[in-house]
Design a protein around this ligand. Structure first.
Ligand code: PLP
Length: 414
């Protein structure tokens, strides 16, 4: 069951993602309620890349979330979902000029500059626009996470080092008078820092806030008035999913607020861009067992109908997701368990969905295996590799199925 929706009705439609919107609403509420206890001005920009499904975005928009995007494709989808341009934040380390121009044309709320050239282009073109420009600082902060998920370390491609910002201002603005500088820098109103995803230890914010304040002081001395600070790290989602009491969100915001307030006053608006921690534990992936094979006593395989193209996190990040076996015939279920590799149909040896799953010996074709906590960076990262279709996703809300198979999924798969 997902919410009050019986999943057995979908057994003929596997592989299939099933997402609980009510669970996502609970997580968003936990963020909103906790932040509002500590900050009078804040925005939560859901990072669309975690799951870009339209029904999910439409609901988030109705529930008061803002949104973070990284491409014009995501910009178009955010607008389709109903987000007002002023509620959109545009990140991305390789925005093309065409993408920037489009974002400026619709006057998205916030554009994060990741290169000095990009910053000057944005400032040259926002003098008569309402978009707020932010500089993404690379604070050179090491964090404990998967190397692919770090975004604020010295070896990271994201953001700009403080020394390079200083040097860039010196080179570009040295001929301007203080009042000319102030006028030119009016659209520059924010600082953005993102350290990475799956962050386990918030203590790093002590150092990061100090770096943020250093940049704030420098920008102030140059004539910019900074009123927005956008901070990430995404919270860690463990293999066991997110805590039911949302204590992860509460502890994180409490810590962040204490650290933030050491360096900044109430006048600054706080922005957060959570993706994974909002949606990860709200989806399951339903798969069907196709075959069973034992090469020898140590190498036993269960083949399911979802592959690395449908569910890329295990092969891409060696992520381990919890799983549940649903036998097709309960009367045949054995007591004994054996270790199997759960693998998919994709023509790659790396197409392993779980390398060491403990499953009942009686597991057989026709049984189902459900993977848990697959709401973030799973279906949104799915590909057509091997020319396999992208799996469908259905949504439940307030105990009901929203629609069986939304039309746009069918269209995407044709
Ligand atoms: C700028 C930015 N915002 C938000 C996110 C979302 O992070 P998470 O999904 O871990 O919350 C990322 C992830 O890399 C990011 O780079």
């Amino acid at each position: 069951m997902v919410e009050a929706v019986e999943c057995s009705q979908f057994l003929s439609q596997t592989p299939l993602y099933i997402t609980s919107l009510s669970a996502i609403k609970d997580r968003l509420n936990a963020y909103q309620e906790t932040i509002s206890r500590y900050f009078s001005q804040y925005h939560i920009h859901y990072a669309m890349k975690a799951n870009s499904a339209l029904p999910l975005l439409q609901h988030l928009c109705q529930w008061g979330s803002s949104i973070e995007i990284v491409s014009v494709g995501e910009l178009n989808r955010a607008l389709t979902a109903g987000f007002h341009p002023t509620d959109i934040a545009f990140s991305g380390v390789g925005k093309t000029q065409k993408e920037i121009d489009k974002a400026l044309e619709v006057e998205v709320g916030y554009i994060h500059a990741e290169h000095m050239e990009e910053l000057w282009y944005l400032l040259d073109h926002t003098q008569d626009k309402s978009s707020c420009i932010t500089i993404r600082l690379n604070p050179s902060a090491e964090v404990e996470t998967h190397p692919y998920l770090k975004t604020g370390a010295l070896d990271s491609k994201f953001g700009i080092l403080f020394e390079h910002i200083q040097q860039g201002f010196q080179d570009k603005l040295k001929h301007l008078s203080p009042s000319e500088k102030h006028k030119y820098l009016i659209p520059l109103r924010g600082i953005h820092i993102h350290l990475g995803s799956q962050l386990q230890n918030p203590n790093v914010y002590e150092y990061v806030m100090e770096e943020c304040r250093k940049l704030y002081d420098f920008l102030k001395s140059e004539g910019a008035v900074i009123t927005h600070i956008n901070l990430g790290g995404g919270l860690e989602v463990k293999e066991t999913g997110v805590p039911h009491d949302h204590s992860d969100i509460k502890n994180y915001i409490e810590f962040l607020s204490k650290t933030f307030k050491k360096y900044f006053s109430e006048e600054i608006t706080l922005h957060l861009e959570p993706g994974r921690s909002l949606v990860a534990s709200s989806s399951i992936l339903l798969t069907k067992v196709l075959y069973k094979k034992e090469n020898d006593a140590q190498h036993k395989f269960i083949y399911v109908d979802a592959g690395m193209n449908d569910f890329p996190r295990p092969s891409l990040y060696h992520a381990k997701h919890a799983y549940v076996l649903i036998p097709s015939d309960l009367t045949q279920m054995s007591d004994k368990e054996t270790t199997y590799s759960i693998v998919g149909p994709v023509c790659e040896s790396g197409d392993v969905l779980h390398p060491k799953a403990q499953l009942k010996d009686s597991v057989c074709p026709g049984d189902s295996i459900i993977f848990l906590d697959v709401g973030a960076y799973c279906r949104s990262m799915a590909s057509f590799y091997n020319l396999r279709p992208i799996p469908a996703e259905v949504f439940c809300y307030q105990g009901k199925l929203l629609s069986s198979l939304p039309a746009h999924y069918a269209a995407e798969n044709e």
